[in-house]
Design a binder for this molecule. Structure first.
Ligand SMILES: Cc1cc2nc3c(=O)[nH]c(=O)nc-3n(C[C@H](O)[C@H](O)[C@H](O)COP(=O)(O)O)c2cc1C
Length: 182
């Protein structure tokens, strides 16, 4: 994600699975970042408390959210990063509510202050069938200056939870690592 050493990269995981398909892909991107000497830190959103946006518009007046939870902690880590690897699976053609909730909480600040103007971002998404490309792109655009995105289908929904199969992942590790090296 950068050509210089000592850059900080945050991996923001919006999947409830800490070792699922999205995280697997994110790890490959991280490998590319680490090959360039970057330090990495994970944020798993399921480890944090985030309430729902109240729609009060206070953040526009004060620059801060009125809700007392983990938002500031998470935001601080993200804003101190040079790059953000943003990962979320597809739920109902969009990121899961877990992840969308964070976007809602930052939406107005992001819109009016260009919150992540100093961060580069890479989007990562997986789905049973579709639309992982759309989601990977959307989430990376929100969290910085997008340098790329990567995703994969996992084959099915009817079978229940499907780990990313060899057939789909054959060229993914290489592609993901290259993305992390940029
Ligand atoms: C509630 C729910 C909704 C889902 N909706 C979709 C969908 O709309 N389209 C799709 O292709 N896959 C859908 N999936 C499948 C997941 O996107 C897929 O299993 C993904 O690889 C899970 O990633 P993870 O292991 O990182 O959590 C859904 C899964 C769940 C649990």
């Amino acid at each position: 994600m950068t050509n210089e050493n000592n850059k900080k990269i945050v991996a923001l995981n919006g999947s409830p699975h800490h070792n699922g398909n999205t995280v697997l892909l994110m790890k490959w991107v991280i490998k590319g970042c680490q090959m360039k000497g970057a330090k990495t830190e994970w944020i798993h959103l399921t480890n944090h408390t985030l309430n729902f946006c109240k729609g009060c518009f206070s953040c526009l007046r004060t620059g801060k959210c009125i809700l007392k939870d983990d938002l500031e902690f998470i935001l601080d880590i993200l804003l101190n990063a040079d790059g953000i690897i943003v990962g979320a699976p597809v739920y109902e053609d969009a990121p899961p509510a877990l992840f969308k909730n964070l976007m809602d909480r930052l939406a107005l600040l992001n819109l009016y202050t260009d919150l992540f103007e100093n961060q580069f971002s890479v989007g990562v998404s997986t789905s049973g069938i579709a639309p992982y490309k759309k989601v990977a792109k959307e989430i990376s655009i929100f969290f910085g200056r997008r340098i790329g995105s990567i995703g994969s289908k996992t084959a099915s929904l009817k079978l229940g939870y499907c780990p990313l199969k060899e057939v789909y992942r054959s060229n993914l590790p290489k592609k993901a690592k290259e993305l992390g090296k940029i």
